[in-house]
Each structure stands twice: as C-alpha cells, then as structure tokens.
Design a protein around this ligand. Structure first.
Ligand code: PAF
Length: 276
C-alpha cells in the first residue's frame, strides 16, 4: 500500500519500461473489482489499483460519509489478485487547494444518473483525469455496470487526447442477476430479495426492443413498480455512445436503470446491438 505521491512516483519511474494498467476504485472491493484487476493483470506487466473515495462526486454528504472503507481488507484482496501497488492517497493530497478548473460532462450527463445527481459526473471526470495524469498508465480499466461513467470517460479521453486505452469490463452478477456493487452490502434481507428486479426489468425491455421502444419501457417500468420496496428513479433506452434517448434501435443502445431498494440506490444496464 502506498499513500505518499512521491513514493508512487519512484515506483512508477522504476516501471518506466513496463505496460502499466490502472484500476481506479473507491475501495470496498468485491468480485466486480476483482474482474477489473484480473483483466489488468492479464494485459499489463505492472498493475496499480487506486483507492480514493472521491468527495467531489457525492451529491449527498451522508452517502460520502457512509461509504464503506476497509483499507486492510482491500489491500489483502489486491495482494491475492496479484496487483503490484494499491495506491490510497489522502484527500489533501488529491485536493491540496479548492479546484477551480474541472472536466464538464456536457450533454452526455443530461439523462440517466446525470439528471438525478447534479455535479456527480463533473466530480468523476475531474478525479479520473487527475488519476490518469498522476499514474500515466497505458490502459485504465472500468466496469460496464457504471455504463454512463464508462461512456463519459471514453469520450473525455477521446476529446482531450489522453494517450491511454480505456478498457470496459463486463458486469459481474450474482446467480439471480443482481449486479455486484459495494452498495449491495447495505441492503436488508428484504431489499436483497427484491434487488434482482432491476436486471429482470432490463432483460424484459431488451427482449421487447424488437418492437416499440416505449412499449418495451412501459413493460419494464411496470415490473419495477410491482416490486414492493422498490422506487424507480429512471428506466431509459439511450444511444450507447452519446447517451441521448432513442425511439428505435439503429445503433448500439444502452438500457439503463436506477432504483431505490429499501433506501439504497442501485444502478444497472445492458447494452443491445442493432439487429443485422
Ligand atoms: O467507479 C468508481 O469507483 C469511481 O467513480 C471512480 C471511477 C473510481 C472515480 O472516483
């Protein structure tokens, strides 16, 4: 575990001739992160996991404060998966002064989570830009579960010419379809029973996309609404690249949802290719 930025710099200097893979995380690591680390391990000869619970991307203070933190367990997990460095910078190192310049997500944050979490993606893009600049990896790995985040990071890297390959890694699911997330730990037994409804609703919309998009969405929303203890924030079909709503499937689309299950906000998505 490295917390000091100069020490990280020394380690990176030693790895100058290596392919460095960065896995940015906020800790509370689970098998979903494990898949990112495993992929980085397979692709690169130096793997760095960053662990930073970024205050600027939380729209609710209590969510930031409640976010699970367990450095020891995360370090042991990274070690078991063969990561070379777990870099856990303190907040004052990442933000030594109030930031004046930020990365703005533009219209790609007008829908889905961006619509309900003002400032969230500005915080995410800005911190990811900082992490990428500090580590300067050849590749950085992000989960497809955070579909809007991944699309925005890809676009930031393309528009601002970061010389880094962004690798998206498939969502890891429990047997009943629930996408792995650090937030699942907060679910009550009743919430855990109800939570797989998100994936069921996404699959229903996916299966209905051959017909009318609005009808498919209505069927998915009805399934979510029928589940006690679940409050839907959104269920939408958007273009997978620019994240604008679509009325038909002529290019890859993302079906995405966010719902409150027993007081815990969960998100999930599936990507669908157009029929040939
Ligand atoms: O997905 C996350 O864990 C965070 O949003 C990220 C990418 C590490 C930025 O803080």
């Amino acid at each position: 575990v490295i917390t000091d930025r100069r020490r990280l710099g020394l380690e990176l200097a030693l790895a100058h001739d290596k392919e460095v893979g960065l896995v940015p995380t906020m800790g509370a690591l689970h098998r979903g992160h494990g898949a990112l680390i495993g992929r980085a391990r397979a692709d690169c000869n130096r793997v760095i996991v960053s662990l930073f619970v970024n205050p600027t991307q939380f729209d609710r203070k209590e969510d930031y404060e409640r976010y699970a933190r367990n450095l020891e367990a995360d370090a042991a997990y990274c070690d078991a998966l063969g990561a070379d460095i777990l870099w856990a910078p303190p907040v004052e190192d990442m933000y030594p002064r109030p930031g004046l310049i930020h990365v703005e997500p533009g219209t790609m944050a007008d829908h889905l989570c961006g619509k309900f979490r003002p400032g969230h993606f500005r915080g995410v893009l800005t911190v990811v830009a900082k992490l990428l600049h500090i580590v300067q990896p050849s590749r950085a790995y992000f989960g497809r579960k955070d579909g809007q985040q991944l699309a925005l990071i890809r676009r930031m890297v393309a528009d601002l010419d970061f010389p880094i390959e962004i690798v998206g890694v498939d969502t890891v699911r429990e047997d009943d379809g629930l996408a792995l997330s650090s937030r699942n730990e907060r679910l009550t037994a009743e919430g855990r029973r109800a939570a797989p409804v998100l994936y069921r609703a996404l699959c229903l919309v996916r299966d209905g996309l051959a017909g009318d998009v609005e009808q498919a969405l209505a069927a998915g929303r009805a399934v979510l609404a029928a589940e006690p203890g679940v409050r839907t924030e959104y269920l939408e079909v958007v273009d997978a690249e620019n994240l604008q709503p679509v009325a038909s499937v002529s290019a890859p689309v993302m079906i995405a949802t966010a719902a409150w299950v027993d007081g815990t906000r969960l998100i999930d998505n599936v990507v669908v290719e157009p029929r040939p």
